[in-house]
Write a protein of this length. Structure first.
Length: 316
């Protein structure tokens, strides 16, 4: 018979009572590691996610669209900073997390390893990719680890705005010329299945899901969230006059939800393992930006050190 340590019993009781776990509280090593993996991966995803959109800032079709896209990319940089700060409270330095990303040890969302081929992709990313992210992230506002939950409150407010921006971009295209309508449909066709993959593997293949649910790191399973997403998008797309690229998509009266086709899991795991269309390009771009920005970090540290020395002298 396995004996459970009193600290672990108290820890689980606190979670069951919906109290937040804070950085100085006792926590099992596995809880710390699970949160660190999830939060750092989320931070990496926000930062890498700037790349496919940043690629279109100079090519946006109007000044208005350019300003909107710049603001969105800037928001994502901020989200990455909030999340790196939250992850640091679990005992790992930001430098180590970034090194892990650049070395390939750490993962980020597989969705950002797909190319952005047309302007309509900016709309599809906002509507589908950010829409999928929001379903995950709204649950995280109630996650059991306090710093993560608090960071997610602001992030969700901004992400929901990004989703509306994306839908509006596609809505304008869907009412435009035949070429613009075709561009809109093409972007939806290419981003639909990768968006479904964002919820992770099937519950039966998700090794960490049960424990994360018990610790209330997660509130819903991968398959539950994926079904919620399909039900939401299948209704919203009617307003665009477009279709989803799934011949199996059909309303199931008995379940009160949409049935949908099977994800290409071979493609999913191939991208996760680093073999997606843009995996190498994304990591190379992050490494290059980090190296070229070294002088800024060094200058900021030197300035801070100089100010501290002046303050020390003045105090003396």
């Amino acid at each position: 018979m396995t004996t459970i340590h009193p600290l672990e019993i108290n820890f689980q009781d606190k979670i069951d009572q919906e109290a937040k776990i804070e950085p100085k509280d006792w926590m099992p090593d596995a809880y710390r590691k699970t949160n660190l993996r999830q939060i750092s991966q989320h931070a990496h995803s926000e930062v890498v996610g700037m790349l496919p959109e940043g690629n279109w800032i100079t090519r946006a079709p109007s000044l208005k669209r350019k300003a909107i896209l710049i603001a969105k990319v800037q928001d994502e940089a901020g989200h990455g900073l909030y999340l790196y700060c939250a992850a640091e409270t679990l005992g790992q330095s930001r430098e180590q997390m970034i090194d892990d990303l650049h070395s390939g040890k750490a993962k980020y969302s597989s969705i950002f390893n797909y190319p952005t081929l047309t302007w309509a992709d900016m709309g599809a990313i906002g509507w589908l990719v950010d829409g999928a992210a929001i379903l995950n992230q709204v649950m995280l506002c109630r996650t059991s680890y306090g710093p993560y939950a608090r960071a997610m409150v602001r992030i969700c407010k901004e992400e929901s705005f990004h989703q509306r921006q994306g839908f509006e971009t596609l809505l304008v295209l869907s009412k435009g010329t035949e070429e613009q309508k075709a561009m809109c449909q093409d972007a939806i066709n290419r981003w639909w299945w990768p968006s479904l993959m964002m919820f992770g593997p099937k519950d039966s293949e998700s090794t960490n899901s049960d424990q994360s649910m018990k610790w209330k790191i997660k509130r819903k399973s991968n398959d539950e969230l994926r079904q919620n997403f399909v039900d939401m998008i299948a209704e919203q797309i009617k307003l665009l006059g477009m279709t989803l690229p799934d011949s199996h998509l059909k309303w199931n009266e008995q379940r009160g939800s949409y049935d949908f086709g099977e994800i290409n899991w071979d493609e999913f795991w191939n991208v996760v393992k680093g073999n997606g269309p843009c995996n190498k390009e994304r990591i190379d771009a992050r490494r290059k930006a980090h190296e070229e920005g070294a002088w800024v970090r060094e200058a900021a540290l030197a300035y801070a050190d100089k100010k501290n020395k002046i303050k020390t002298v003045s105090a003396a």
